[in-house]
Design a protein around this ligand. Structure first.
Ligand code: AMP
Length: 427
C-alpha cells in the first residue's frame, strides 16, 4: 500500500516524500482511513511503530479540508496530550514536518520552563496544541488556553500517563472538552483502568492494534555471534557462505557503514546493494526491486531506510551491529518470518555491544542462542570508562583532522592562500 492509496492530499504527500517515507506503517495503514472518516479510535500501539504520523497526518488533512480562513486569530482546534516533554516535542516536530506545505500552526506546552514563550505563541493564535497535562491545566486556569473550539482530541501514551499519576489532570481536561469532537486514544497496553478511561473519552471507537514490539521476537529463531570489532567483516563473509541464505537483509547503524559493507561484499563477489537516507528515491527503489527480483542477494539498510520496506517471505535478517535501543533490534528482526513464515535473525556483536545484547534479552525476555560455528570468537574485552573516553577523544581528533584536510583541499582548489603556498614550495 502507498500513501496515495490512503487518499491523502498533495501537500501532505509532498511532505511525506521529503521525509522519504515510501510506505505507510501498519498502524498508519489501519488508522488513517478511520480517522479520515471521522470515527474515534482506540489504538493499541507504542512508540516506534509510526504512531505519531498515524494520527498527525489525518488530523492535518482534516484541518486542510476545514479550510480555516486565514486572517483573524486562530483558535485551537486540535489538542494532543502526552506524558512527557520529549514526546511533546517529537509530536510537534512530526506535525510541523507533515504540514510544512500548508498554513497550519502548532505549539508545544510543557512544564519545567518559563511559561513566557509558550504564552506568547498562544497569544498569536495556533491551530494545534501539544501539551503535557500539568502546564496545560495551568495555562487554562490563567486564561491563556481555551478548549471550547477543540474538534480533535488525542490522548497519547495513556498507560504511561496513568502510571505517572496524571489521571486526575486528564479527567479535568476531558471535562472541559466540547461534546462534539473526534477523539483518538493511544496506549501501548490496555489494562482495565485504561479501558475504563477510554470509555469516558471515546464514542463507538474503532479498535486498531499493532503487535507490541517485543512479541514478534518470540517467534523468530535468533543467533548471536560474539566477535571482535576487527573480525566483523570476515564473520559476515563466513555467515554468507551458507548456501541456504539465498537472500538476507543486513542492518547497519550508519549510512557509511552500509556503504562499506556493500563495497566489501562486492569484493567477495556477493551481489549487494545499500539503501539509506543519502540515496535518492530512485536509487532506493532500484535496490529494492533488484532485491525483490532476486538479482541482489544482500540488501544492506539503515534502520530508518528499512522502515518502509515490505518484502514477502524474507527468511534472514543479519544485524551487523547490535542497536543500543532494544526496540530497534525487535523492529529489525521483525522484518523476517513475516506472514506465518519462519525467520532467522543473526546478530554480530563486538565487545562494545555486549551490554546492548543484555538489554535486548531483557526486553524480549529470552536468551539469544550463541552460534557454535564461529571461527572468529570474541577475545577482546569491552573498554573501561577511561579507555572509552580516550577512544572518543581520538575519534573526535580524527574527525577534526578530516574536516580540516577537506577544508584545506577545497581552499586549494579555489586558488586560495594554501594554493599559493604550495606553488611556492614546489618552485
Ligand atoms: P513513532 O512511532 O511515531 O515514534 O515513529 C517512529 C519513527 O518512524 C519516527 O522517526 C518517524 O519519523 C518514522 N516513521 C513514521 N512513519 C514512517 C514511514 N511510513 N516510513 C518511514 N519512517 C516512518
Amino acid at each position: 500500500m502507498t500513501f496515495e492509496d490512503l487518499q491523502l492530499v498533495s501537500p501532505i504527500l509532498k511532505a511525506l516524500e521529503d521525509k522519504k517515507y515510501t510506505e505507510p506503517t501498519a498502524i498508519q495503514e489501519k488508522s488513517i482511513p478511520i480517522i479520515l472518516s471521522g470515527d474515534d479510535i482506540l489504538g493499541s500501539a507504542q512508540t516506534g511503530t509510526g504512531k505519531t504520523a498515524a494520527f498527525a497526518i489525518p488530523i492535518i488533512q482534516h484541518l486542510i479540508e476545514r479550510n480555516i480562513p486565514s486572517g483573524g486569530k486562530r483558535k485551537i482546534s486540535t489538542l494532543v496530550v502526552t506524558p512527557t516533554r520529549e514526546l511533546a516535542i517529537q509530536i510537534a516536530d512530526n506535525f510541523s514536518d507533515y504540514s510544512k506545505y500548508v498554513d497550519i500552526s502548532n505549539t508545544v506546552i510543557f512544564g519545567g520552563v518559563n511559561q513566557g514563550p509558550q504564552v506568547k505563541a498562544l497569544k498569536k493564535g495556533v491551530d494545534i496544541v501539544i501539551a503535557t497535562p500539568g502546564r496545560l491545566l495551568d495555562l487554562i486556569s490563567q486564561g491563556y488556553i481555551s478548549l471550547k473550539e477543540i474538534k480533535y482530541f488525542i490522548l497519547d501514551e495513556a498507560d504511561r500517563m496513568l502510571n505517572m499519576g496524571f489521571i486526575n489532570d486528564i479527567k479535568k481536561v476531558i471535562a472541559m472538552l466540547p461534546r462534539q469532537r473526534q477523539s483518538l486514544f493511544f496506549s501501548a497496553t490496555m489494562p482495565q483502568n485504561i479501558l475504563k478511561l477510554s470509555n469516558e473519552i471515546l464514542v463507538n471507537p474503532k479498535k486498531v492494534t499493532v503487535n507490541p514490539v517485543s512479541s514478534t521476537a518470540q517467534t523468530i529463531q535468533q543467533y548471536l555471534y560474539m566477535t571482535n570489532k576487527s573480525s566483523k567483516k570476515e564473520l559476515l563473509f563466513h555467515i554468507l557462505k551458507a548456501e541456504e541464505i539465498t537472500q538476507a537483509l543486513v542492518f547497519s547503524r550508519t549510512k557509511h557503514g552500509a556503504d562499506r559493507i556493500v563495497r566489501n561484499l562486492k569484493k567477495q563477489r556477493i551481489e549487494s546493494a545499500a539503501i539509506h537516507g543519502d540515496k535518492s528515491q530512485n536509487q532506493r527503489q532500484r535496490a529494492l526491486s533488484q532485491f525483490k527480483e532476486n538479482k541482489v542477494r544482500v540488501l544492506v539498510a539503515t534502520d530508518i531506510a528499512a522502515r518502509g520496506i515490505d518484502i514477502d517471505k524474507l527468511r534472514y535478517v543479519i544485524n551487523y551491529d547490535i542497536p543500543n535501543e532494544p526496540e530497534t533490534y525487535v523492529h529489525r528482526i521483525g522484518r523476517c518470518g513475516r506472514a506465518g513464515e519462519d525467520g532467522i535473525a543473526i546478530s554480530i556483536c563486538e565487545p562494545e555491544e555486549n551490554e546492548y545484547v543484555r538489554d535486548v534479552e531483557k526486553t524480549i525476555k529470552k536468551k539469544i542462542t550463541v552460534a557454535t560455528d564461529n571461527p572468529f570468537p570474541q577475545t577482546d574485552k569491552p573498554m573501561n570508562a577511561a579507555e572509552k573516553k580516550a577512544a572518543e577523544k581520538e575519534k573526535q581528533k580524527r574527525k577534526q583532522e578530516f574536516f580540516a584536510n577537506r577544508k584545506k583541499k577545497s581552499n586549494g582548489q579555489g586558488g586560495g592562500k594554501g594554493n599559493a603556498n604550495n606553488r611556492r614550495r614546489r618552485n
